[in-house]
Design a binder for this molecule. Structure first.
Ligand code: PLP
Length: 365
């Protein structure tokens, strides 16, 4: 496990840097960023072959040339991470808990039979890339630089087995808020995101492909996202879209235990730590749909929110359970007194340098 507070960034790169001669920076309207559609000037690329990682390089952002027989296109060996760099109030740029994402990337790699990326090379390339494109890190209230490391199987081969060749790459996107306002969610009691023994705890591309159809059906019904339930009984709350689920029940912060069907979120871990710091009682336990429903009826469930890198802490204003919609109107009316608001304020304050980084989470580039 990486101790982030001990993490040092090596300034001598063990990879080549080919800088672009034509920056696209002045073409970007930073006051109107479409999430995930604007890409910074550079990307990192490193290939794996002959059982070894080859020398990587930072290159101008651009397309890959790939064989149609590349195994990723057919058998889906692909993993990714999502993390962010923030500009703090004094202008410095820091990565938020990068060690956690590196660790989880390699957990995903093992599950998908892919080679692990050495932690030092991962960290160095990440820092070098963000440093080089530092001017792309926006400074708006909810803005940040979203960082997307990923790995794909690149062997040209038709046949189901693990690939012999891979490409690891990182690109970045200046982004603003992921969702504007609160979200409406539906508790999914038929389709399944992850099964015990499956790949739910990995950030494997296929997990997301499989979630699209049920999410699309929910959107047609007027919801923004799903809350997934367990595959066997559909009685237990798991997580929500690309966020871990949290509830305030009788004043306590309650969240399901992570498992092989729930992604171990970095934001979830951070929020739980901060709740403990703030003296908010935390319960990590199973939550049944019945408990949620009766709590929404009785008023003991006062808040629901999703936590994740892209959206940070996103309040849920409405929950649909078996065709009945329950609204969390009190939390909506009195936002500044919610647990979600306090936690969000604390987390954001640390990331932006307004509150002391007492856990050593910010790693300056
Ligand atoms: C399925 C899923 N759950 C939870 C999360 C939240 O994890 P994190 O806080 O590390 O972004 C994500 C996003 O990465 C996700 O894709």
């Amino acid at each position: 496990m990486i101790d982030e507070s001990q993490m040092k960034i090596d300034t001598t790169p063990s990879f080549d840097v080919h800088q672009t001669e034509t920056s696209r920076l002045d073409q970007v309207d930073f006051s109107n960023l479409d999430f995930g559609r604007v890409f910074s000037d550079h990307m990192f690329v490193m290939d794996y072959e002959d059982n070894l990682w080859q020398r990587g390089s930072v290159e101008p952002y651009g397309p890959f040339a790939m064989s149609p027989a590349s195994m990723v296109f057919h058998y889906g060996q692909a993993i990714f991470e999502g993390m962010k760099a923030y500009r703090s109030s004094d202008g410095t740029v820091s990565l938020f808990r990068p060690g956690k994402n590196i660790e989880r990337f390699n957990i995903s790699a093992r599950r998908m039979c892919m080679p692990e990326v050495p932690e030092d090379i991962f960290m160095e390339s990440l820092a070098a890339l963000v440093k080089l494109d530092e001017a792309w890190v926006p400074d708006g209230e909810e803005a940040s630089l979203y960082i997307r490391p990923f790995m794909i199987a690149t062997d040209s081969f038709v046949g189901v087995r693990a690939s012999d060749k891979y490409t690891f790459s990182i690109f970045t996107c200046p982004v603003d808020a992921y969702y504007k306002g609160s979200v409406k969610v539906k508790v999914e009691r038929h389709f399944t995101r992850a099964t015990p023994g499956g790949t739910g705890y990995a950030k494997a591309a296929g997990n997301y492909a499989g979630s699209l159809y049920p999410s699309q059906l929910a959107r047609k019904e007027g919801y923004d996202q799903l809350i997934w339930t367990d595959a066997q009984t559909h009685e237990h709350i798991e997580e929500s879209g690309t966020m871990n689920a949290m509830f305030v029940i009788d004043g306590k912060l309650v969240s399901p235990q992570t498992s092989d069907t729930i992604l171990n979120g970095v934001t979830r871990d951070s929020v739980i730590t901060l709740a403990n710091d703030l003296g908010i009682e935390v319960e990590i336990r199973k939550i049944t749909v019945n408990e949620l429903e009766s709590g929404l009826k009785s008023g003991s469930v006062t808040e629901a929110f999703g936590v994740g890198t892209a959206a940070t802490i996103k309040s849920i204003e409405l929950i649909g359970i078996d065709g009945v919609n329950y609204t969390l109107s009190k939390a909506e009316e009195d936002k500044e007194n919610t647990v979600a608001f306090k936690l969000s304020n604390e987390l954001d304050g640390i990331r932006r340098g307004r509150i002391e980084d007492r856990h050593g989470w910010n790693i300056p580039v």
